[in-house]
Design a binder for this molecule. Sequence first.
Ligand code: ZN
Length: 213
Amino acid sequence: MILEGLRKRVLHAALELRRSQMARGTSGNASARDPESGMIAITPSAIPYEELQVEDIVVISPAGEVICGHLQPSSETPMHISVYRKRPDVRGIVHTHSLYATVFSVLNKELPVITVPMAAFGPVRVVPFRLPGSQELADEVVRVLGTTERAVLLQNHGVLCAGNTVEEALECAVYTEEGAQVGYLALLAQGLNPIPDEYVAAMKDIARRGKAL
Ligand SMILES: [Zn+2]
């Protein structure tokens, strides 16, 4: 099996997202880049976590073409490959809709460094809302991550963490969620920024056509 070791690590990260309740339903995804070949192992689109097997982890080229795997790669593949392209230091990425990090993203509020582990990667800035799975979202994530950042909130959507390994990206996601939970409890809610109407309409359209968001 191509990149079996790397695919196992991505599977483990995905199962950990599920176990820790940072991912619900089929939301969230994880990937890792093989430093030798540049190929990327990524979770498949819309498969329940309980059913995931190592052979379900899709191997794609740096351009996003499927090299190996019988399933579609994550719908957020543009976000993953765009970050890898711009950041040679990144070899692992985790994206979740974890509860408290998403609360901060809905508040459109930067998450300051408020806990000890956050010092390694905070403050966590907010990427403006764009359609999930779009290249526009990928471009905005790359812009806000810049050359050094490891974590960003995606407005009204969730969080993306990058690391030298997928395990490091997972750890970053865990501490971002913890920091957001602490921050929320310290701050209390301040108000809600809804998704812009035009995007709500566009997404209703996509959902109506039976596609996953
Ligand atoms: Zn998402």
